[in-house]
Each structure stands twice: as structure tokens, then as C-alpha cells.
Design a protein around this ligand. Structure first.
Ligand code: G3I
Length: 373
């Protein structure tokens, strides 16, 4: 019987001050993130027809047996954080390196997990040689060769591919809000369509995903990203492009009034109405500016998971949820959004000692309350 972390967290209602980007706590609400039963996150999700999993890497799974055991216990899908990006797969312009990705695919297979491909086309995660090598003359060849070779290599092993990642950037100055990338510059805006068609030809069975960030919050930039994403998806569907799902990254951040249920729900249902599935692909909570106190901070982080998941899991097109990491011991936020006080960040379901936190409880409760798919 798991009945733990009944930490009573006062004052979870965070409201940004009108003048500064600071927080204050209202003592008016008390929140308890507890959970009962022994079921793991993957079991709770599976009970509702949802798959839960996390991003990780081959090195950690090979060298940290305690983490590996927890990963197997909690996760029904494995997402390689690095191993299937260009920077890992392409040591030089004429070489592919599949060893680490293959090891992960085999690990997922052996442990009955789904395996996500992340990502074929992105403006980051590129090898050092990329910039000086790719030019208007060879861009299409590199683009097509990479997508074909990698999707063929993993055909039958990858369940879903993030074919194109983060193609929208509202503030880069283009009228169509597309991100200025090498592919856009050399191949034009049809590169997105071309990527999906090429991937589908090489692996007709994988679920092909357009993955995007900045879709979650009630901010002007997120409004624009939602509108632009929807237009992009409508356009791809109207042309018969073989796209199967939208990936919503779910990198969450911390003001309670940044969650607008109505906007998010209507976006999700617009996407679902196009006949697309939805995957939450990279969920975590940035705790950079939250109070240092562990119980208070964990409660606030849990409240963001709760808020976000209560909205998105209501939509039955959402079939899979992954966190971007499983334990606080290993998270990109340590280096990308560390705390000003230098203390470790706590954005994930398990703490640095692999113990479930209030975030774990909030996710567990969200799966328990979700409608069955
Ligand atoms: O592997 C080298 C290592 O050999 C070297 O010692 C070290 C020194 O800096 O760098 C290591 O590589 C870094 C790698 O993370 C592993 O830590 C890369 O420089 C760094 O660019 C890489 O960052 C990753 C980033 O994507 C770019 O690929 C993050 O870990 C990863 O969490 C992040 O994930 C992205 C998703 O793919 C897309 N959505 C946003 C998300 C967060 O940025």
C-alpha cells in the first residue's frame, strides 16, 4: 500500500505581482498531493488507455541500475533524449552512428516499452560540421538521405517519430511565424511537408508527429504558436500529408494564471477534430523562481502538473504522456534553467534519490481521474 507524501502544502495559489515578475503566496488554499495504491505511473495510465513514459539516455540506463529498475517500473515508453538527434547520429557528413539508438531500441523492446523517435528535423541538436557543410546545392540531398536512412533503420522499432520539431517561432520576424532554419532557407516552407512524406515512405507504420513547444500557457506568444500550429496542421491535412499526431512538449512554467483551461481545451479539440492524436512529449515544471523550501516547492510543482494534466487528459485524443526525464538527478533544467540560489532544481516526478515526490502523486491522480480512451 503506497500512502506517502501526504505533505500538506499551504498557499499553492501563486499570483505574479503586478509590478515585478515575482511571486507571493496566498494562504487561502491548502493542497494535499497524496496518492494511494501501489500501481506505477505506467499502470495507472494504461488503465485509462494512455501510455506514460520518460526521456532518458543510454549512458544512464547502462550505468545506474537503481535508476534503470525505476525506469522499467514506471515507464511504458522510452524517449531518447539525445541518441536519435543529428548530433548523435551523424559524427561526420558521410557517416551514421546507430549503436546507442539501437541499444535503446533493444532496451525498450526487451522491457515491453514503446519507443519514440526524437527527432528527424530540428534547428538544434545538430553536429558541429552541419553549418559549414550544408548549402543550397546539397541541402535537399542531406535532408532526404537523413530522413530515409534513419526512419528505415528504425522501421518496426520506433512507434512514433517526431518528424519535425519546433518549426514555429513567433518573434523571429516572419509573417508566417515559421522559424528561420537552414531547411526553411534552402528548401522553402514545404520542407515540413517533404519531411512527413519522406518519413512515411520509409516507415509507413510509425505514427508521424509534429512536435511543438510554447503551446501550453496563456501568453501572447503561446496564442500565436497555437494559432500557427493549427493552421499548419490544417494545411498539412488538407494536402493529404501523412501526419498522425501533434506533440505538445509541456515544458511548464510557474504562474497559476498562465493556465487557461478554455483556450487549451478548445485548441486540443480543434486538433482532435482534424483526426489527429495528441501526445504530451516533454513534460516538466521549471522551478527556478519558486521558493527554496522543498515541501512548498514540490507542492507548487505538483500543482502545475495537476492543473495542466486535468485539462489535457480530458481530451480523449491525448493517448501518450512523457516527462522530459524521470528523476531530478538528471534534467536539462539543471544547466538550462538552474536556480539563482544554486540549489538543485526539482522539476520531475522522482527526486534525486529516486523517491516519488508530490509531482509523482499529482501525475498519478491525474491518470486515475482521466476518462478511459
Ligand atoms: O555530450 C556532450 C558531452 O560530451 C560534453 O561534455 C557536454 C559539455 O557541454 O556536452 C554534452 O552534450 C550536451 C547534451 O545536451 C548532453 O548533456 C549538448 O552540448 C547539449 O546541447 C545537449 O542539450 C540537449 C538539447 O536538447 C539539445 O540537443 C538537452 O540535453 C536536451 O534535454 C534538450 O532537449 C530538448 C528537446 O530535444 C526538444 N525540446 C526542448 C528540449 C529542451 O531543450
Amino acid at each position: 500500500m503506497r500512502l506517502v507524501w501526504q505533505v500538506s502544502v499551504q498557499s499553492q495559489l501563486l499570483i505574479p505581482s503586478a509590478r515585478a515578475n515575482k511571486f507571493w503566496h496566498s494562504p487561502s488554499r491548502e493542497k494535499i498531493f497524496s496518492s494511494s495504491g501501489e500501481a506505477s505511473l505506467k499502470q495507472r495510465a494504461a488503465a485509462k488507455g494512455i501510455t506514460y513514459g520518460a526521456a532518458t539516455n543510454a549512458f544512464t540506463l547502462k550505468t545506474k541500475p537503481d535508476f534503470t529498475a525505476k525506469f522499467i517500473q514506471e515507464c511504458g515508453v522510452l524517449v531518447p533524449e539525445m541518441e536519435l538527434k543529428w548530433e548523435s547520429l551523424r559524427p561526420s557528413p558521410d557517416k551514421f552512428f546507430f549503436d546507442d539508438g539501437d541499444w535503446l531500441a533493444e532496451f525498450a523492446r526487451t522491457n515491453n516499452m514503446r519507443f519514440r523517435g526524437h527527432t528527424l528535423v530540428w534547428n538544434q541538436g545538430l553536429p558541429k560540421w552541419f553549418k559549414e557543410t550544408i548549402n543550397p546545392q546539397n541541402a535537399e540531398n542531406f535532408f532526404l538521405e537523413h530522413i530515409k536512412t534513419v526512419t528505415k533503420h528504425y522501421a518496426g522499432k520506433v512507434n512514433s517519430w517526431d518528424v519535425v520539431n519546433e518549426a514555429i517561432a513567433p518573434y523571429e520576424g516572419r509573417k508566417d511565424y515559421l522559424r528561420k532554419t537552414a531547411w526553411l532557407e534552402f528548401l522553402g516552407s514545404d520542407y515540413i511537408e517533404l519531411a512527413f512524406r519522406t518519413a512515411a515512405e520509409a516507415d509507413p507504420k510509425a505514427l508521424l508527429v509534429y512536435n511543438e513547444g510554447f503551446l501550453e500557457h496563456d501568453l501572447r506568444s503561446h496564442d500565436i504558436t497555437r494559432e500557427t500550429t493549427l493552421k499548419l496542421l490544417q494545411n498539412l491535412k488538407s494536402k493529404g500529408v501523412p501526419i498522425g499526431a501533434l506533440g505538445i512538449q509541456g515544458h511548464l512554467t510557474g504562474h497559476v494564471d498562465l493556465y487557461n483551461s478554455q483556450k487549451l481545451r478548445s485548441f486540443l479539440s480543434d486538433v482532435a477534430n482534424l483526426g489527429l492524436k495528441i501526445i504530451i512529449t516533454e513534460m516538466d515544471v521549471r522551478d527556478q523562481e519558486l521558493p527554496l523550501d522543498t515541501n512548498i516547492r514540490d507542492g507548487i510543482v505538483a500543482s502545475y502538473y495537476e492543473k495542466f494534466l486535468s485539462i489535457v487528459l480530458d481530451e480523449k485524443a491525448v493517448i501518450e504522456v512523457s516527462t522530459w526525464g524521470l528523476s531530478d538527478k538528471s534534467t536539462w533544467l539543471t544547466s538550462f534553467a538552474g536556480r539563482p540560489d544554486g540549489m538543485p532544481v526539482r522539476p520531475l516526478p522522482l527526486d534525486e534519490n529516486l523517491q516519488p515526490k508530490q509531482a509523482w502523486n499529482a501525475i498519478a491522480k491525474a491518470f486515475d481521474s482521466a476518462p478511459t480512451r
